[in-house]
Structure formats: C-alpha cells, structure tokens
Design a protein around this ligand. Structure first.
Ligand code: SF4
Length: 328
C-alpha cells in the first residue's frame, strides 16, 4: 500500500477501507500520512474555520459513571454543580458568543437525558436566543427521544451534539450506565428529523490503534457535520486521573486518520486544546483541524477566541460567519 494512492482515492471521492486505514495509522511514513491528510483537508473540507461556543446550562451531579468526566456523581472531583441557569443567562451567553464571532451557541446539560419539563425550559431558552441574537443553535443534552427532538426542532434547534466518545468496543470499559448503542439511537433519531449532527469524542482514554480506526469508521457511519476532538485532560478524582498524556505525534496521527476517513466534516478542537502549545495547535490545524470551541468549556480550560483565530488566519482560513439562522 502507498499513502499517495490512498490519498488519491479519497480526493477522487472514494473511500478507504478499515484495513487501509489501519495500515496508514500503524505503518505508513508519518510525514507522508500527515501531508496527505493536509491535502485532503485543503481540497475537500471547509475553507472557513468554524467557531462555536457553549454554555454549561446544568452542571454536575450526573447519574452516569463515565470514567473521564468531572461531572459524574460517582467520582469525588469537586466539580461545581449548578441547576438550570435560566433563559436570561442562555441569552446573555449567546450574545457574548455572537460578539466574539462564534457561528453557533450550544446549550449543554449534564445528565443521562432530560425530563419533559427540562426540554420545555431548554426550548424556551432556544426561542429567546433566536429572538435576541443572530447565531445558530446547538444543544448537547445526553440521550433524547424523538418526541423531545421534535419539540426542540420547533423551538429552532438546528444541530444536535452527542459524542460517541470512543470506539464502541472501548466504550463499555469506560461507562456502564449507558451504551454506545443508546447514543446511536439518539443520533439516528436526530438525523431522521433533519438535524445537523456534531459527534466526536475524547482521545487518550487508553484506546488501542485498532480502536482509533474503529472510532474513525463509527463516526463515518453517523455522518456528522462536525467532529469534536477532545484530548483527555485528566481530572483528579476520576478513574482516568492518572492516564498517560498522549504525545503530540500520536495526536497528529489520530487527526490524520480521522481526516482520511471523514474528509468533509469539520474537525473541531475541543477539550484539551489548552494543554497544547500554540505550535502544537498549529501542527494540528495543518494536518486537519478546521474548527474550534472557543471560550469557556465545561470542566477543562478552553481556547481563547483571539489565539485560535490568529492561528486559523495564519493557516489560510477565513474566520467568520458562515451559517446563520435556524433550520427550516
Ligand atoms: S459525560 Fe455526560 S453522561 Fe457522562 S458523567 Fe459526564 S455529564 Fe454525565
């Protein structure tokens, strides 16, 4: 196998197989792999670096036992918990995100899912944001039902975020209170209703090389518009507190393989970005990252708008609004 011929296959609209992806990830010359991923990004994905922002609208005391998460009630992390922040606070955060140049605001709530009363609160906040800010609407609400999605859609929600987090074969060793299939069910329901999907995960949770490839293809099967790539920022008190940090070389190779398998979606810097130096971030952008979550994150430090905007411009991206309004 050769990197050049696999790159050409992707550039011509073809798809590489899991065996080919595994060869690229495990055996191909690193520089060739990363440069080929750069060319695929350059030729096939967005030229505008897409920034979104999130508001942690309900935080902590979560019933689920995700081993990486500061918000799980199963681990003593000292995470600050708070209830629903209210519509006014969501509108304030959306206006701030708009002023900072974000294309989209995501309402994020901790928990396995949402009660119908909570969906009503979120729907009211979505309507208020739409009435007061020129910004697209996203939400990350755990496992949601088709009925709940319909309500959110009529409140103006156009994109749903739900990470699969890692390879399905690895997920069960990281969380036992819900499954990859539970997440797939939510994602399939949202897709059926016409939502755009933002779906990615966290790297650095002990996944094997084969599981990186599996993760890339699981994402492809969902067909998201955006793939957040979180780099584990180990949280004291969680079972992953002592996870060994991924080196930048492995991070770059993972970005390259995600890009080979998913040539068109945005690959989005998310949690863990602040643990990279600007030079390392620059290298990630070169290989395939073309979007970011800027401003405060949930429980780990986020990027500063101006820092990543400058890196994106330096890499030749436009930075600005590309998508406004709500789903028709
Ligand atoms: S990742 Fe989500 S579902 Fe899992 S513990 Fe954290 S807040 Fe709960």
């Amino acid at each position: 196998m050769q990197v050049e011929s696999l790159k050409r296959k992707v550039l011509e609209g073809g798809e590489i197989s899991p065996d080919e992806a595994a060869w690229l990830f495990k055996e191909a010359p690193r520089d060739e792999l990363r440069e080929a991923a750069h060319e695929i990004t350059d030729r096939m994905s967005e030229k505008t670096f897409d920034f979104c922002a999130i508001i942690s609208a309900r935080q902590g005391r979560c019933s689920e036992n995700c081993k990486w998460c500061a918000q799980s009630a199963h681990w003593a992390t000292g995470c600050e918990a708070h209830g629903w922040v209210g519509t006014d606070e969501c509108v304030r955060a959306a206006k701030e995100a708009e002023a900072n140049g974000a294309n989209r605001i995501g309402i994020v709530t901790a928990g396995r899912g949402q009660s119908d009363r909570e969906i009503d609160e979120i729907s009211d906040a979505l309507k208020a944001i739409a009435a007061n800010a020129k910004i697209s609407l996203c939400a990350s609400l755990g496992l949601v039902t088709e009925e709940q999605l319909l309500k959110l859609k009529s409140a103006g929600l156009s994109r749903l975020h739900c990470n699969i987090e890692t390879a399905p074969s690895h997920f069960k060793s990281l969380c036992t209170t819900h499954t990859s299939e539970d997440k797939m069910k939510t994602l399939r329901a949202a897709k059926k209703l016409g939502f755009k999907l933002c779906c990615g995960g966290i790297i650095g949770m002990g996944e094997s090389d084969d599981q990186i490839v599996e993760f890339a293809f699981a994402l492809k099967s969902i067909g998201p518009d955006s793939i957040p790539v979180n780099i584990l920022h180990p949280i004291p008190g969680t079972p992953l507190a002592d996870a060994k940090p991924l080196g930048i070389e492995r991070i770059l190779d993972i970005i390259a393989i995600l890009r080979f398998v998913n040539p068109r979606p945005s690959l989005r810097f998310a949690g863990g970005r602040r643990d990279l130096t600007d030079d390392e971030a620059r290298r990630c952008i070169h290989v395939g990252v073309n979007a970011g979550i800027a401003g405060p994150l949930l429980t780990t430090p986020g990027a500063v708008y101006d820092d990543d905007r400058a890196l994106a411009v330096e890499a030749g991206y436009e930075v600005g609004k590309k998508e406004l309004g709500v789903m028709s």
